[in-house]
Design a protein around this ligand. Structure first.
Ligand SMILES: [Zn+2]
Length: 318
């Protein structure tokens, strides 16, 4: 047996073992290049796992988790990936599972890798749902988000991207009925951004945390580090059968799922507070604060300095 053959066999065995050990009910492989891979992590709850990458022509903005929940009457999509092309691949995966109407497209927050696939669902005429602050946040950043993504995705993957704002703005808690199951939406305080919303599926007690939970992929701070740490503290006292992160594995368990992110954010906050006390500058902080976490995360070099910069600006005025 040649070495290459052996390696691919080992990889296959590894993948098979990982699948057997995971709680997946059903793995829906992509039958065609234009269909996203999804797994059924609980009855009627499907998750597509995004890549741990920056957006590129190759990944077409497929870098965040996207989910859908199938009720007896309708389907709700939770996040739509980072381009209309990737959004269409997600839609094809939904259509491979069910022909029920896609009634809701829910965005967990305003970031492009979660909302730029919205246009792929326009033909379904769904209600687009988001935090009441999402529209303001996304509208004010739209020009910049579009320019950056056009550049990073390239013309082919950028094609068809549109800013689609929520038609249903949630403030506090709201329940959506899918037939036989409902989704409970809860807007959260400023943390990862100022417009994050979590979703709980009543039938399976699956809690979708969006980017309030990162795993493997380094967290990105675009809201408040103090707010985020306080929110994670509150989340760690809650229960759910499973949680779905915005970036990371398809499903995780509380409270362990939160711990690495709590550790990462606390490392930044503690280091930045100490440096400020010592009279150090932002530049000093970007060279040392939180670097104990460097080996624990993917994309650390791409996002960490920005996180420290945001934390410094916030904590400077305590
Ligand atoms: Zn995000």
């Amino acid at each position: 047996m040649c070495e290459r053959h052996l390696l691919s066999r080992q990889n296959f065995l590894k993948a098979a073992l990982a699948l057997a050990a995971s709680p997946l009910l059903r793995y829906v492989p992509a039958h065609a290049a234009d269909q996203a891979e999804v797994s059924e992590i609980a009855p009627g709850v499907f998750v597509h796992q995004g890549r741990y990458e920056l957006q590129s022509p190759e990944n077409r903005g497929d870098m965040a988790n996207a989910s859908f929940v199938v009720g007896s009457e309708a389907v709700a999509v939770i996040d739509t990936l980072g381009s209309a092309v990737a959004g269409r691949e997600l839609r094809s995966a939904i259509r491979a599972v069910t022909g029920k109407p896609i009634r809701y497209v829910i965005n967990t927050h305003m970031h492009p890798d979660h909302v730029f696939g919205n246009a792929a669902f326009k033909e379904d005429s769904p209600t687009f749902v988001g935090h009441h602050k999402l529209a303001r946040g996304l509208a004010s950043r739209a020009e910049r988000y579009l320019a950056i993504n056009k550049q990073m995705l390239g013309d082919d993957a950028f094609q068809g991207i549109e800013i689609i704002l929520p038609t249903l703005a949630v403030d506090g808690s709201q329940t959506l009925d899918l037939g036989g199951r409902s989704l409970v939406l809860e807007t959260q305080r400023t943390a990862h951004t100022d417009n994050d919303m979590t979703i709980t599926d009543s039938a399976t007690d699956t809690w979708f945390l969006g980017d309030l939970l990162f795993s493997v992929h380094v967290p990105t701070l675009d809201g408040s580090i103090k707010g985020w740490l306080a929110l994670l503290d509150a989340f760690s006292r809650r229960q759910a059968a499973r949680v779905v992160p915005g970036h990371g594995p398809k499903a995780m368990e509380l409270p362990g799922a939160l711990e690495p992110e709590q550790r990462y954010l606390a490392a930044i906050a503690n280091d930045v507070r100490r440096l400020i006390e010592e009279g150090k500058t932002l530049e000093d902080a970007t060279k040392t604060a939180g670097f104990s976490e460097r080996d624990a995360w993917k994309l650390f070099d791409q996002y960490h300095v920005r996180n420290v910069t945001a934390a410094f600006a916030e904590l400077e005025w305590e």
